[in-house]
Design a protein around this ligand. Structure first.
Ligand code: NCD
Length: 319
């Protein structure tokens, strides 16, 4: 079999990826979906390598997913719980990089509240870096797991009508998805109140709707986003009740999408704010659990491909 064509040193965002690299990750992830469904789930793709997870911002599912992915591939995985208070200056981050280098990690998974902080770290450390979400910038593995979920549910990842709904302004998930789904030639609609859907997102080639009923007409995929209250410093919505009435996904609004449209949410969900609990739990429409499953597989694939490139680069250096 031809080695998959994936030529990156780090996974910092979707922006630098070619469509064929996206496909390479998703194709390899399929093999890990199959592995993860077996009783014996072990591979030694990362055996001998050290994976460090550094989360400067709280996370449960993403951190757990990366941890499980590394362990299933045989890496030595360490979680470093970084308190948000320990990052005040750029220098602190560089000091962190120096400390890390002395520990010789091979894969570094970083989540950080500041956009760009993960890129900065990647310039300073001697290992492969995966961005697990930086500020409002990117969250590449989330977009990849969403892509895999869509591809499996719809049988393809192009020429679909996809609605991304809600708090676009504060969302790295929306940004990474917009870039990925655009690269794969889908038609994207962004739906939400003008305070949460900045007009400049039209630059990505998306259509913007503030009327959700209008925007959901005939879509194949409805991607809901969490109202990111922790990132809001002013009043972006009149009230949560009003928000649910206008932009919450309920059965009435979902009826406007295609009859086989799928419902997605990256989690954690605010039930009754952006999504009705019964829709989230409706296994005929909601693929929210599949998203979690695909997350582990996609992270295994991404780390496997980066580790291959890392080994190759180090061998070349040693020669
Ligand atoms: C997302 C994130 O952290 O950006 N969640 C996640 O990765 N599970 C989305 C969110 O927090 O709403």
């Amino acid at each position: 079999m031809q080695p998959p064509s994936f030529d990156q040193r780090h996974l910092l965002g979707i922006e630098p990826l070619h469509p064929h690299e996206i496909t390479a990750i998703l194709d390899l992830a399929e093999t890990y979906v199959a592995l993860n469904r077996q009783t014996e789930k072990h591979s030694d793709a990362l055996a001998g390598l050290t994976q460090v997870n550094m989360f400067f911002e709280n996370s449960t599912r993403t951190q757990a997913s990366f941890e499980l992915a590394g362990k299933r591939l045989g890496a030595d995985v360490m979680n470093m719980a970084m308190q948000a208070s320990s990052i005040k200056k750029g220098e602190t981050l560089i000091d962190t990089a120096m400390t890390l280098n002395a520990m010789h990690p091979d894969l570094l998974v970083v989540r950080h509240p500041h956009s760009g902080a993960v890129d900065l770290l990647a310039q300073k450390v001697h290992c492969a870096v995966l961005n697990a979400g930086d500020g409002r910038h990117e969250h590449p593995t989330q977009a990849l797991l969403d892509a895999l979920t869509i591809r499996r549910a719809k049988g393809r990842l192009h020429r679909l009508n996809i609605a991304i709904c809600g708090d676009i302004a504060h969302s790295r998930v929306a940004r990474s998805n917009l870039i990925l789904l655009g690269k794969m030639e889908n038609r994207i609609r962004l739906i939400g109140p003008p305070t949460l859907v900045p007009q400049q997102f039209a630059e990505f080639g998306a259509e913007i709707y503030d009327d959700m009923r209008e925007g959901l007409k005939d879509v194949d995929v409805v991607m809901m986003l969490r109202l990111q209250k922790e990132r809001m410093d002013g009043g972006f919505i009149p009230s949560e009740r009003e928000y649910f009435y206008r932009y919450g996904l309920d059965a009435d609004k979902l009826a406007l999408a295609k009859p086989d449209a799928i419902v997605m949410h990256p989690g954690p969900m605010n039930r009754g704010v952006e999504i009705d609990g019964t829709i989230a739990d409706d296994i005929k429409r909601s693929v929210i659990q599949e998203q979690v499953e695909m997350g582990v597989a996609v992270r295994m694939a991404a780390m496997d491909l980066l580790a291959r490139n890392l080994r190759r680069a180090r061998q070349a250096e040693a020669r």
